[in-house]
Design a protein around this ligand. Structure first.
Ligand SMILES: Cc1cc2nc3c(=O)[nH]c(=O)nc-3n(C[C@H](O)[C@H](O)[C@H](O)COP(=O)(O)OP(=O)(O)OC[C@H]3O[C@@H](n4cnc5c(N)ncnc54)[C@H](O)[C@@H]3O)c2cc1C
Length: 421
């Protein structure tokens, strides 16, 4: 440890903090002391669990529309550090990335440990001091231009010329990201927009049929309605689980559900199990099929479009015995069934909780930082990076891309210019 002073302190040693420390160390003049303080006992918990333990580092194509947040700022951040820069950077750290058919990029080793090891080794090689079990409780800004920041943390007080706050959001609190960074930033004059769980599975009432289909994935079109308006619509893979629904399309839609729900509106989630097909098209198909084979059971008819297991569950959900022969089905029952196939209401009770959320929607508004440098517009010498900012991406490596890119900008800027004390 370097006594009680450093040139730059990075608060939070997650993806954004480690990237910021590395880029700062690579930019800084010789002798520039960088200390990373993290409250967790070990670093990189989220990197290790990400992507099912394989760490989906980025996505082959990243566009501003993949993020919820100021499109202008997001565009500028990624024009400074794009996917190609991420790939080059990881190659320079000895981590080769491979692209999967979904467009996601993973380490060729298929192990998140490769990613974390490379980041920690690089910090080590650059002389960055990493202090764990060092939770920061307060940052006192310089009182005048000649004084330094005071960082109050579990180990005492650290004085420094510049600070990068990369404390993440509230998702997976046991990883050390519990939202405490926002309290620190509020005290420094920043605002924090309301925060909501995002990329989170959704829980259905136990009487719904999901448990009978646990483990089954299917392509669906999912729409979220709130206050009489459709606020989100997307197509993708839904996974039925023992508690409700998950899978990429649900995770992406979830932030729209949680934001509406948390603001007091009761959102409705509607699912088209035959994406791209309207009620009329599906009804026409069903009438045709039933007319052609009036003696066949409804299970037989529906099994042309769904697995038999799924068909049986859907028929029962629509109040129809799967053994019912087509000629006996009433018009009303047929229309109820078509409605269940094309506009199935999923009566979500709640999201699955912060322990299952991959990211946080909300945070420090992007308008409160200079997107060229990530420097705070409230406190000179203070920089912000990663999920602590009000920007969240869809599933697929976008959130790490945000962490690397903002870490790059903050790190270089915080180490550049006139060398701080
Ligand atoms: C289960 C899961 C899977 C995910 N999978 C992917 C994926 O495959 N691809 C993808 O792009 N994204 C994924 N994400 C999202 C991604 O992990 C985050 O967006 C990203 O880690 C954010 O980086 P960050 O550095 O801003 O914050 P974090 O990674 O949360 O790091 C913040 C750090 O700050 C520390 N800290 C917090 N408060 C304090 C304090 N007061 N004092 C000191 N230290 C503090 C924490 O201990 C933590 O180490 C996943 C998230 C989860 C939970």
């Amino acid at each position: 440890m370097h006594g009680d002073a450093a040139d730059l302190v990075v608060v939070g040693g997650g993806a954004a903090g480690l990237a910021a420390a590395i880029f700062a160390a690579e930019t800084a003049p010789a002798g520039f002391r960088i200390v990373v303080l993290d409250g967790a006992k070990t670093l990189g918990a989220k990197i290790l669990v990400a992507g099912g333990g394989r760490c989906n580092v980025t996505h082959h194509e990243v566009r501003p529309g993949d993020f919820n947040g100021s499109q202008h700022v997001v565009r500028n951040v990624f024009s400074a550090f794009d996917v190609a820069a991420t790939v080059r950077w990881f190659a320079s750290l000895g981590v080769e990335l491979k692209r999967e058919p979904t467009g996601k990029l993973f380490p060729a080793s298929n192990s998140a440990r490769t990613v974390l090891r490379a980041l920690l080794d690089r910090c080590d090689a650059l002389g960055v001091t990493l202090l764990t079990s060092s939770r920061v409780t307060r940052i006192v800004p310089p009182l005048d231009a000649d004084r330094s920041f005071q960082i109050l943390y579990a180990g005492g007080v650290l004085h420094c010329g510049r600070v990068i706050v990369a404390t993440g959001g509230r998702s997976l609190p046991r990883s050390g990201s519990d939202g405490s960074g926002w309290e620190i930033l509020r005290e420094l004059g920043h605002t924090v927009t309301p925060t909501h769980a995002a990329l989170v599975p959704l829980v259905l009432p136990p009487q719904m049929f999901h448990a009978a289909l646990a483990g089954v994935s299917q392509e669906v079109e999912l729409s979220v309605f709130a206050g009489g308006k459709r606020i989100d619509q997307r197509t993708g893979s839904l996974l039925w689980t023992h508690f409700g629904i998950s899978g990429p399309v649900v995770m992406d839609a979830s932030r729209h559900w949680t934001v509406a729900f948390d603001t007091g509106v009761v959102p409705t989630l509607r699912c088209n199990l035959l994406p791209g097909q309207s009620f009329q098209q599906v009804e026409q198909w069903l009438i045709q099929s039933m007319t052609n084979r009036p003696k066949a059971s409804m299970l037989t008819h529906l099994s042309q479009r769904f697995t038999e297991r799924m068909a049986a569950v859907l028929l029962r959900h629509a109040g129809i015995d799967p053994a019912t022969v087509a000629s006996q089905l009433t018009r009303e029952a047929r229309r109820t069934l078509v409605h269940a196939l094309t506009a199935l209401v999923l009566p979500v009770e709640r999201h699955r909780g912060w322990n299952y959320a991959e990211v946080t929607a909300g945070g420090v508004p992007l308008s409160e930082i200079d997107f060229r440098t990530m420097q705070s517009r409230k406190v000179p010498g203070l920089y912000l990076a990663g999920e602590v900012l009000d920007c969240d991406g869809r599933i697929g490596g976008f959130n790490f891309q945000w962490a690397w890119a903002t870490g790059y900008l903050a790190g270089r800027a915080a180490a550049g210019g006139n060398a701080p004390r």
